[in-house]
Structures are given as structure tokens and as C-alpha cells.
Design a protein around this ligand. Sequence first.
Ligand code: GLC
Length: 822
Amino acid sequence: MQHRSLTIAALLLLPCTLIAQWKSLPDVDSLRYENGATVLLHAGKSVTRVQVLADDLVRIRCVPGGSALGAGFSWAVVKRDWKPPVVRRLETDSAITLASTTLKVVIGRRPLRISFLDSAGHLVNADHPGKGMSQSGNEIRVWKIMPPDEHYFGLGEKGGSFNRRGSHTAMWNSDIPAYGPDTDPLYQSIPFFYGVREGKAYGIFFDNPAWSSFDFGKESRNQYSFGAESGEIDYYFFCGPTPRKILSTFTELVGRMPLPPRWSLGYQQCRWSYTPESRVREIAESFRSQRIPCDVIYLDIDYMEGYRVFTWNARNFPSPERLLTDLARDGFKVVAIIDPGIKIDSSYAAYRSGEAGNHFVSRSDGTVFTGDVWPGRCAFPDFTNQRTRTWWGEQFSGLVHSGIKGWWNDMNEPSVFNTPTRTIDLAAVHRTDFGPSSHAGNHNIYGMQMTRATFEGVRKLVPGERPFVLTRASYAGGQQFAAAWTGDNVASWEHFAMALRMCLSMSISGQPFVGSDIGGFLGYPSGELFARWLQLGIFTPLMRAHSEINEPNKEPWEYGAEFTVINRETINLRYALLPYIYGVMQEAAATGIPAMRPMMFDNPTDLINLDESTQFTFGSDLLVAPVLQQGAVKRRVNLPAGFWYDYWTGVLHAGGKEVSVDAPINRIPFFIRAGAAIPTQQVVQYTSEAPVDPLTILVYPHPSGIRTQSVFYEDDGTSLRFQKGEYLRRTLTQSGSVDSLTLVLSAAEGIYRPASRSLIFRVLSAGKTPKRVTLNNMSSNRREISPSTRQEDGWWMDEKDGAITIRCPDRTDSVRLAISYR
Ligand code: GLC
């Protein structure tokens, strides 16, 4: 965080579009096909390249005021070898059309304007006829027609309304503590959005890391636009038509989150700062003695010597190895903060080697750029350079050796306290992998490249283990290197609701590993606010509580005995659900589809839900409706079509309507899709305390017995061996009728095998007692309802909720369970 006035930065960010003289593209003069799917067009002085990369993906590049395109490099794009799609070409007097099987790009000749149509010929998106692609000085911009019923979503970390129609927003990574819903821009830049209309979506990724902005109808009611201060027009068009398809292709283009270590999905406790060492031990000890599960404790800036990264403060942390060994024995992983600024101090090793290796960003006169951050005067590593990234990665060896397990990259917008721009001077020079260029043109990728250097360095130092990196600043595609949190928020109900919107927006913008400072970073939450925020934390992939240095203690036991019980139960529930949560994160890693999905993501046709950013699905089977209002003990929920079980009461609701449910202070309302099965485990105090045993599958039968399937995924949780087939995937198929239910758990796919354990099915049955239960075609024994018998195999009815509970050994081979009520 930083505290100075923001006026100058704000001035710098004023939309220049208001004052600029725009020149748009004239008529096409000539064209040339580079290959079957790519056409190069000249119009006046300008050059435009249209390339169909895949059936559903087109790249448009244009320099409206120049005569040649640049090298076309990108910091975000990882997939370049698209298999050329079959493209039909059609030329008429008025237009050139490139058609794949799912879209048509129509390039109007007089003047050069681009439209995208679906395969049926319906217009999906079109350049504004008057403006289209334009340039003014160095600034470039694209104007599009804005239909009155089109809505816009995405753009990553934005605090304002979830639906971006009517808003103007910028991309310029900025450190703004205690930001509000109208504060813009914030820490991260993901220039990727969805347009949604009549239930269909398209996507646009504007790949430009300079200052950029997006105007969805604030400037004018029938057009929207996006553009940047410098660079080229370089955007990708995803024709959809589902948000799911768009996000899948977008993350194929820019890369997906790697599978995180399982421990990083446990509860994480942070504050600025746990120091000295004895306080860290005290916190760890409190979690264990109070039986509140926790996997991670953070060290904020005070563990260092004068805020010099890669050092220890010898007075407060005299023996870090011993501390970290002791904490590891108690099941804690320690994550340390690493800021980019390197203190200018000739007796400091990182500075000396950075200077000797010429690793710092320089001013235009070649001297090292310096600016103040926590340690005082600092130099800033040039993460845009591969040689520097490698050097940076090597700096971690000492901390890795001490036993630090995760890395928190902060202040990496980068934030600088004493420059007019509050960051590196815009004219400072980066020696990027693609040649020298100014900070202005690279600002938004600085943080992402820092996380890349961190991730790659640590991966090299600890081969075979999955790194955990958390970042504040990033750019499109940053999910490949780091999880992200929403920066310095405030302990208020408004911020709590905003955190949810921001996490949802980041999720659909390619970053699934998101969370906010639970309870608020600045200010002090009431017990109620903390408890509600923690409950939401069950369903944010990153579940981390944090606090600013001057605030009173905010750990989960700090709000009185009653809330301690509630908070413990909340964290217990997170741990019980971990097998499901881990599976959802594995799906995100493999497909790009995030854990947190706003309602528009799977229901774009459902206009009621278009503005809905207060409920979401977590994975495909849980619908979560957190209580976001002070004092509320009821919650209204829009249930999508289908049938939904209330987790807390077992009541089955028909969807397609709004319901109101009880939400006492100890419960976050959530629902399970009928037909789903949720894998759960015993509560542990940390993820590696004990292997999952029993694996308990909560079965929620569909009322009409339609056939459904759920997939369960497991692996060792830390290594990369899953890439070589060491995982365990099984599918549970449910089918049945009013009188019977059959469950078939498929034999294991993959070669990972957990230690022998029990398997429990808990089948919701509305209290109906079965006549017969057979397991692999053999009659299973009915047990007395007494806890002592429950270690044995067989089946019984749970006296509390009337669920049928069946226990058997888990041999990871196929299991067939038949429940008959007749
Ligand atoms: C920044 C971070 C915050 C951290 C503090 C001290 O404000 O956003 O999380 O605690 O710096 O390092």
C-alpha cells in the first residue's frame, strides 16, 4: 500500500479519446493472401492483417496510421501453432469474406470495416461504420456498434458493476489501497471481455500492455470502443457462442493455471506482520490447540532485514531453519512476501549481483532508475528480460533452502512511492526479450513477468514440485504463474460484496485461482462480517485472511467464543469439501473453466441473471448464495432450471425460480444440483495430516431418476507425477426411478492409488427406507443405528437427516450399488 495523493496519476489516466483527432481507415486499395486463412489489406497508408486462427478464433492486427506491422510479439499468447482451419474465401465488389465452419469475417472495402457473422449469417459484431479502427498520434482505438440489448462482462479485476454496459474503464496496474467500487484502474489488467446478446456470447482480447481503456457506452449510447495509448491494434475475436467455449479458447491462447499444490487450497492465515518468530509460533500453536484447520502462515515484510528481499531479520528471526522445520512438523507451510524493489545498498548481495549483471530498469540516459518503496531507495529488476528473470529465480535458493514453500509477489504494478506516476518513469527503458522499449509500453506486464521469473526460478530450484505463487499485479495469461488476490480492501459490507464481484470477474477472465483478504485488510470487521466473509472463503479458491499492520488481531478466534465456534465450523467445511474443490481446480487447470462461475457463464440466455453477481456456481454442481448484508438471516436465491438440494436442510427445490432460504449466522446458503455427487473427506487440521479416509460421496439423486455422471479426481497433491498418469479418476453414474437407484462408480483411470481406505456413500432419500441394498450384486447388511457399528461395512439410515449410508472398502475398482425401495 501507499499513502500519497493520487491526483497526478489520475490526471495521467484521463481518457485521451475525448480530445483526440481520430483518423479512421479509408477504402481498401489492395490485398494479398498470405495463406488460405490470412489476408493482408492496404488502405491508404494503413495495413491490416486478418488471420483466421481456428474455426472460432480470428486475429486482427492493424496500424491505422503506419505502413507496416511490427513483429507481432505478445507477452500473453502462448499458443501460436494453430492448425490452419479450412477457410472459404469470397470476394465481391463491396467485401472480402473469410468463412470457417463456425464464423464469417466480412471485410467491407469502402471503407475498410470488419464484421463477424455466425455460420447462419447472423451479425454478431461489427466495426462502427463511421469510425472502425482509428489512430490519433500514437493512440489507437477500435469502435464497434453497440446494440441496445448487448451486455458486457469480464476485464478481470474491476470493482464496479459486474455488467460493464454504461461504464468506462482503464487498464493500468495501480496500487490503490482502500479502493472503492468507482476506483479504476486497479492492480491487474486483463483486457478480455465478453459481449452477450440474446443468449449468445462472443469474446474480444485486446492484447496491448500499454495504458488502455474500454468504453461500453459511456461516451456514446450506440457504440463501444477499446484502444491504447501506443502500440498496435492487435485483438482476437472469439465467436463463441457460449461463454464456456470462449473461455476455453481464450485460455488455450494465453495459457491456463497449472494444477496447484493441494495444500494451497487449505486455509491460509496472513497479517502484516507476524513477527518476531515467537509470534509466528504462537499463531501456529493457537490454530492447533483450538482445532481450527490451517495449512499456511504468511511472513509479511518484517521478516526481512530492512525490507531487503531474500534476507532475514536476524533479531526477530534468529534461526529461520529451525522455525520452519518446527512449523513443517506441525503441518504448516510458510509463504514469504517478495517485493520487486531491491534496496540500493552496496553491502547487500541481491543489489550487488543485480547491478553487476545489469539487471535493473534504466533511465533513458542509461543510469539505473531508482524510486522509493518499503526499503527506501530501490532499483527495479527488468523482468521483461529473460537473463534477468533467470537471475531473479536464482535469488530464491536461500529462502528455499530455509524451508519457505510459497511466494507472495506484492507491490509489482510496480508501486513506487515518490515518482509523479507512482510507478517507474514512463520513459524508463526495458531491455525486453523483444528489444528495448519504454516502461509505458510494458507497464501492465511488469507484475506478470515478475511472477513468471518467480515461478520458473522456484520450479528449477525445487524440481518436481508444484510452485505456489500469489500476486497482486498481473496481465492476461498471468494464471500460468500465480494465484491472485484483490489487494488492499476494507472491512466493510460494501467491500465484501465487491470482493465477490471481482473474484467472479477475474474467474471468467482466465484467472481461476482468486480470493480476497478475508475480513478486509484495512479496518476492523464485526464478528458477523468476518464470519460471513470466511463463509464465502469456503468457495473462493484462495481462502486467505489478512490484515493491515495497525489493526487489532483478526484471526478466526478473535471475535468471541460464539464466533470462534462458527468460524471453526466454516473452515472445517472447507476441509470436508476439499476432494470436490481439488477436483474443480483440476478441471480449471485442464480446461480453463474456473471454479467460480457467475450465473451468466452457464446461463447467458437467462436475462434475469445477467446482472447477478451475488450468487454463483462453484464447479458445476454447487450453487452458492453468500449472505452479503449485515443482519440478514434469510437469502433470496435465483435457482437455475433443474432441481436443487439445500445443503443444510436436504430440501429439494424445483429450479427456474427464486426461493428464499434460512441463512442463520453459522450457515452460508448453498445448493447441490440434483443428480450430482460430491466427494468429501474427514476434517483434518491440515491437508497432509492424514490421507483421505473415508472418502465420503454425498449423493443427491435426481427426482426423476435421469442418468447423471460426476467425475472424481485425486493425485498425490504436490508433485508433477500426475502428468505421467499418476492420478486417479473415477466416474460415478447415477440412474434410477421412483423405486430404485443405481450407482456405478467406475474402475480407476490413471495409476495413482491411495492407501487402502473406506468408501462411504451418503444418499439423500427423503427418509425413505430401502427394502434392499446390494453392493456388487451381493446383499449388503443392514446395521443397527448405533455409532459403534459404523466402522463396519454395511448400510444404515442416518437418524439425523434420513440419508442412507453405505460403507465398504475402497479398492478403487468398480463398485455397483443398487438401492431398492420396493
Ligand atoms: C501491500 C499489500 C499488503 C501487504 C503490505 C505490506 O499493501 O497489498 O497485502 O500487507 O503491502 O507488505
